[in-house]
Design a protein around this ligand. Structure first.
Ligand code: ADP
Ligand code: MG
Length: 311
């Protein structure tokens, strides 16, 4: 658990981040969203102390970060930024293994971890480990950047607009990839974005920043249904309405009788996530379970009909 407690940064007498408090539960994604200049990057960088707070503190599992040497802190916190920041003259394997190497992991353990991550990111290790960043597509470079941030199994990963440079089609895939990998590894992620749609798609919780202040911190459905301020409501207004609505309803609302093979979703999964699972897996129906017991199935057609009915 990461507790951010009344953290503030003042530049030239003006707060860039103004007494922000929020708790990030282990194994979840929190998306920090706000317009340019709202203090998102400053907030993120105070967590790994690339920026020293003017006041307030951050605790990781109850331990204040001020008590830890900065190097130790940065080993416990992965960091991924827009434009990936890969070393161009190092191979993919060396880039991903950078932090484990610093930590003195044995060679074969690093190699196994690199291959595990490449597999997770759907980049066959035999094909990719010896390539150089310049030989990869933008989407592949971005995945290597995220894999690098995950490599040493950090307590949490900070991501500052990691998908900002990607074109919209790859971007959706990158978001789905991150979601899948985060669930598989149980990682704790704090991601900054200026895109409310991305925040809603990725976040278990969404933190909305406006002029240095945290104006709402809630689950995506609540942000959409009950925006706390005019500003939040304007940001939500820009989001694609059918998709937004789908994220509000669980699969259980349109479950049909009879089971099917293929990917499984829980009855509590949102229709938005179910849609994304359908599209990602290429299936037109998903098996629905509740607490591990078969409940029925949900079809792509029914999800689409639901989006259109309300859109
Ligand atoms: P965001 O990431 O949301 O775009 P930032 O955290 O980068 O916002 O910036 C928040 C505010 O703090 C902006 O007004 C910015 O100009 C200011 N700021 C950020 N870094 C510095 C700095 N090193 N010195 C002075 N002002 C800064
Ligand atoms: Mg920023």
């Amino acid at each position: 658990m990461i507790e951010i407690d009344a953290i503030t940064k003042i530049y030239d007498g003006t707060p860039a981040v103004d007494a922000v408090s929020l708790t990030v539960e282990t194994g979840t994604i929190t998306a920090i969203v706000g317009t340019s200049g709202s203090g998102k990057t400053t907030l993120l960088r105070m967590i790994n102390r690339l920026v020293e707070p003017s006041s307030g503190e951050v605790r990781i599992n109850g331990e204040p970060t001020t008590g830890l040497p900065k190097e130790a802190l940065r080993r416990r916190i992965g960091y991924a930024i827009q434009g990936h920041g890969l070393f161009p003259h190092h191979s993919v394997a060396r880039n991903i293994g950078a932090v484990p190497r610093l930590l003195g992991w044995p060679r074969d353990k690093i190699r196994a971890r690199v291959d595990e991550l490449l597999d997770l990111f759907s980049m066959p290790p035999d094909e990719f480990r010896d390539r150089y960043p310049g030989e990869l597509s933008g989407g592949q470079q971005q995945r290597v950047g995220v894999a690098r941030a995950l490599a040493s199994r950090p307590d949490m990963i900070l991501m500052d607009e990691p998908f900002g440079a990607l074109d919209p089609i790859i971007r959706t895939r990158a978001q789905e990839d991150l979601r899948r990998i985060q669930r598989a590894l149980g990682s704790t992620i704090l991601i900054v974005t200026h895109d409310m749609e991305e925040a809603i798609q990725l976040g278990d919780k969404v933190a909305v920043m406006d002029a240095g202040k945290l104006v709402q911190y809630a689950a995506p459905a609540e942000i959409i249904a009950k925006p706390a301020t005019e500003f939040v409501s304007e940001m939500v207004g820009g989001v694609d309405r059918p998709l937004k609505l789908l994220s509000l309803f669980p699969v259980s609302e349109i479950v049909e009788e009879g089971t099917v093979d293929g990917p499984v979703v829980d009855a509590s999964t949102s229709l938005r996530d179910a849609l994304s699972t359908c599209l990602w897996s290429g299936r037109d129906a998903l098996r629905v379970e509740r607490d591990g017991a078969a409940l029925g199935h949900v079809t792509l057609a029914a999800i689409r009909a639901r989006a259109e009915a309300h859109g």
